[in-house]
Design a protein. Structure first.
Length: 278
């Protein structure tokens, strides 16, 4: 928006809307802080400062003992396996659900401009299922599955699979609808099946975005696996929980550095795959 000058003074036409927006945000923020009992001054309490100081003082140097590194390596592999297996199961559920939920492959919409009643009756329940799957956080599913199957990575794998299938299915369906529809429409008009139209018309245009989002979700699954370890799902989460309880700062920082390396690895893999698909 242009800034105008009047009698030597600069006037920003957007200044008033910005001020009103800032005021509205503050009005929303203040009740939220009160409801959550946000009290940052507690951190500066003398006793809390002493406890945190002793804990942080033990963060360096990292624990590099052979016994601990062996345990850390096993927990890292367990976390990666949990995230990868959970995401793989989520993809098995998400891909067919996304193909049903999307309007990009609707033949009736191709000719009439609007999906048929049968298509809508099939599509809406699937979209509702995707909403249900992603509405419950994976940590809640993990708690339920820990009760059902016991402690260990199995609960984490099932929790990630259920929650992420809803997320992936929704986003995949939206990605199909956001790419150029002309190739898929041309194939459908020539008599090709929906699957052929998807594989040769929609997928080539959406492949880069699908890959990028899937790898991002894998990175999120790794983080979720760590969090679910706090409720007994194993992996790095359970290990860091025990280290924090024992005030073993050296072990904690070693686990955090390992987690950082995992995220950097996922980022590098994502970049390389995007370059190949570009």
């Amino acid at each position: 928006m242009p800034v105008t000058a009047t009698r030597g003074h600069w006037h920003d036409p957007a200044a008033t809307p910005r001020a009103l927006l800032t005021l509205a945000l503050l009005l929303v923020l203040w009740p939220g802080l009160q409801l959550t009992e946000f009290r940052p001054q507690i951190l500066f309490n003398a006793q809390n400062r002493e406890v945190m100081g002793r804990f942080l003082a033990g963060f360096w140097p990292p624990d590099t003992s052979t016994e601990f590194l062996l345990l850390l390596g096993r927990a890292t592999l367990e976390t990666l396996s949990m995230a990868t297996a959970g995401l793989a199961l989520a993809l098995i559920l998400a891909i067919p659900l996304s193909l049903i939920a999307t309007r990009a492959l609707s033949i009736s919409a191709l000719f009439t401009g609007r999906p048929s009643l049968t298509g809508r009756l099939l599509r809406y329940p699937v979209r509702f299922v995707l909403i249900v799957l992603r509405s419950i956080p994976e940590i809640v599913w993990a708690l339920l599955f820990v009760r059902a199957v016991g402690l260990g990575p199995t609960a984490g794998v099932l929790a990630i699979a259920i929650t992420y299938s809803g997320m992936l299915g929704k986003v995949y369906a939206e990605i199909y609808e956001s790419v150029d529809p002309q190739p898929a429409r041309a194939l459908l008009q020539s008599g090709s099946s929906r699957l052929a139209a998807f594989l040769y018309g929609t997928l080539p245009s959406a492949a880069q975005e699908l890959t990028s989002y899937t790898l991002y979700r894998w990175e999120c699954a790794v983080r979720a696996s760590v969090i679910m370890g706090f409720v007994g799902a194993g992996g790095l989460g359970q290990m860091i929980d025990l280290s924090i309880r024992m005030f073993a700062g050296g072990e904690v920082v070693s686990i955090l550095l390992t987690f950082l390396l995992l995220v950097l690895l996922a980022d590098q893999i994502s970049q390389q795959l995007r370059k190949r698909l570009a």
